[in-house]
Write a protein that binds this ligand. Structure first.
Ligand code: SAH
Length: 258
């Protein structure tokens, strides 16, 4: 069981905003369902909500809805009744993040910041210098918690780690790939051009492991016609810093920050 990240504890101090939860169930007026034991614990014990209190729910498909706690029992069981939709479903940019699993804490960080920065899918890649094993349940738990906190309407897909060469061999033709290349990428503004509002179409961003991509891997990424090697400045960034920098760059120039 993945323990809820400390960020959830911060919720307690926030003004009485309705606790916001990601659920799998369909959301329509009158629907009723049980929260998971972890969700019930969070709502009843961490947020100290009682029957009759409001909740805010989203499932990645039906938009955001107001719900009402119908019952809470022993802090591990809670039932919610769905009342009304408060926000229509909206899409996130079609942006994948390819990252090589680094140690656990940075991966937690990557999951949260990539979710807050709007990626549609987290695609862990296995490269020659990948040293860490990835806990997929933990990756998804962090992504869900970040999506609940930042107000987005979907949780990024969290894929199982995939060898880089297999991913490149099956690379989708229309998807561009921003390759974060500390060995010689082009300056970002030159590579991506000036800010362009509107739908940039499908993209991906690739960041390597702590030891970087092996030369043969960097070559293979550069050989992809859809790839664009970009520099993130003169300093060597840690993987999670590079993820944040590259996502901010992409969102500012091509994404939904416009
Ligand atoms: N090979 C580096 C460490 C890699 S840092 C070293 O010599 O120590 C991990 C990843 O972050 C890199 O593979 C790259 O994808 C990205 N990155 C780090 N600094 C970068 C920079 N200045 N420009 C572009 N990408 C960078």
């Amino acid at each position: 069981m993945v323990s809820p990240p400390p960020a959830r504890q911060r919720d307690r101090d926030r003004p009485r905003a309705a606790p916001r939860l990601f659920v799998e169930a369909p959301l329509d007026p009158g629907a009723r369902f049980a929260l998971t034991p972890d969700q019930a614990h969070y709502v009843a014990t961490v947020m100290r909500r009682r029957a009759g209190d409001a909740l805010c729910l989203f499932n990645g498909r039906d938009g955001e809805w107001r719900g009402r706690l119908v019952s809470v029992a022993r802090g591990r069981e809670a039932e919610v009744a769905i009342e009304a939709r408060t926000r229509p479903q909206a899409d996130a940019p079609d942006l994948w993040l390819l990252f090589a699993p680094v140690k656990r804490a940075p991966v937690d960080h990557i999951a949260r910041l990539a979710t807050e920065l709007g990626v549609a899918a987290l695609r862990p890649i296995v490269t020659r210098r990948t040293v860490a094993r990835l806990n997929l349940d933990r990756l998804r738990a962090n992504a869900i918690e970040a999506a609940e906190q930042c107000g987005r309407l979907q949780v990024p897909d969290c894929a199982a780690p995939e060898p880089l060469d297999r991913l490149l061999a099956a690379w989708p033709g229309e998807r561009r790939l921003l390759f974060c290349d500390e060995t010689g990428g082009a300056p970002a503004a030159e590579a991506l051009g000036s800010p362009r509002p509107g739908n940039p179409g499908p993209w991906a961003i690739a960041v390597g492991p702590e030891g970087g991509f092996a030369p043969v891997e960097a070559e293979a990424i550069r050989a992809l016609p859809q790839s664009l090697a970009v520099s993130l400045g003169p300093r060597i960034l840690r993987a999670e810093t590079a993820v944040a920098a590259a996502l901010a760059l992409w969102q500012a120039l091509l994404g939904d920050w416009g």
